[in-house]
Design a protein around this ligand. Structure first.
Ligand SMILES: NC(=O)c1ccc[n+]([C@@H]2O[C@H](COP(=O)([O-])OP(=O)(O)OC[C@H]3O[C@@H](n4cnc5c(N)ncnc54)[C@H](OP(=O)(O)O)[C@@H]3O)[C@@H](O)[C@H]2O)c1
Length: 258
């Protein structure tokens, strides 16, 4: 039987490409998405010769996370790979942004990740094996003005992954954080950032390449990997030399609406 994996936010972008990597490398894959298109995405994944299931749920709600987990657990197979990838962004000044939208971001990116990780860890511990990927961001490494709630949510994901990894070190379960640089998915458009430097797809990383890097780091059991090209890795290195104030100024210049 093919190993079982899941990818949240697997209907598009980096998540769909992660699911493609897993399907191409012999996994059966469960994906989640909030919109109808998650069913088409699952159908495309079946083209790799394995099984793929779509679960259409809102992972920003307690019930949605439980429904997704019930589906995975209901397959009654060992869960080998869990990609906690779903995430949303919100651009614009904090003073202007809608509070409910910001709380929804925290519900999806932070609360939902913790909730699902709890179910995953409890399932994998008795197996004595498993691989967990948390999609964070290079935003985790810097202040993110004009994405003032998003960046901290990704910093949570990075720290959560590194912390959990250490706790699970002797358990046979690896935890890997994927930190993509800006990537050419729908993410910035959905976040309302078309009128920023991030609205221009031409310079951004390729979502398939970012997912390939994430998949390979996951399979090696690395603690984290930067997702993207040489320029992205260089940006991370250069940022190490800057103060938080300097990094904030730099990010503001790119994320501020024009
Ligand atoms: N793109 C970037 O520049 C970038 C950089 C660093 C990190 N990241 C991270 O990478 C991850 C994937 O982002 P992406 O760039 O691939 O974005 P994307 O193309 O916008 O994909 C987001 C995915 O999440 C799903 N989704 C959104 N809200 C949901 C909800 N409430 N419940 C269930 N599913 C929901 C979407 O499903 P439907 O729309 O089909 O419902 C879609 O499958 C995120 O964690 C993001 O923070 C992205």
């Amino acid at each position: 039987m093919r190993p079982l994996a899941f990818v949240t936010g697997g209907s598009s972008g980096i998540g769909f490409e992660l699911a493609q990597q897993l399907a191409q490398h012999g996994h059966d894959v469960v994906i989640s998405g909030r919109a109808d298109r998650v069913h088409d995405a699952a159908a495309a994944l079946r083209g790799h010769g394995g099984e793929a299931w779509a679960v259409q749920v809102d992972l920003g709600t307690h019930e949605g996370v439980e429904e997704f987990w019930s589906f995975v657990a209901g397959l009654e197979r060992p869960l080998e790979v869990a990609c906690l990838n779903v995430g949303i962004g919100i651009g614009g000044a904090f003073a202007d942004a809608d509070l409910d939208a910001e709380l929804e971001l925290i519900a999806v990116n932070v609360t939902g990740t913790v909730h699902l990780a709890k179910r995953v860890v409890h399932a994998m511990l008795p197996q004595g094996r498993g691989r967990i990927l948390v999609t964070s961001s290079i935003s985790a490494l810097q202040p993110t003005p004009y994405e003032t709630v998003y960046g901290p949510s990704k910093a949570f994901g990075f720290s959560f992954a590194e912390s959990l990894r250490e706790e699970l070190r002797e358990s046979g379960i690896s935890v890997t954080a994927l930190l993509p640089g800006a990537t050419n998915s729908e993410f910035h458009h959905t976040a309302g950032m078309d009128d920023t430097v991030f609205g221009d797809d031409s310079w951004k990383n390729d979502q398939a390449e970012v997912a390939r890097q994430g998949y390979e780091a996951l399979m090696r059991g690395d603690d984290h990997v930067i997702g993207g090209d040489d320029a992205t890795r260089q940006q991370v290195e250069e940022n190490r030399e800057l103060t938080e104030v300097q990094k904030a100024e730099k990010h503001a210049a790119m994320a501020r609406p024009s």
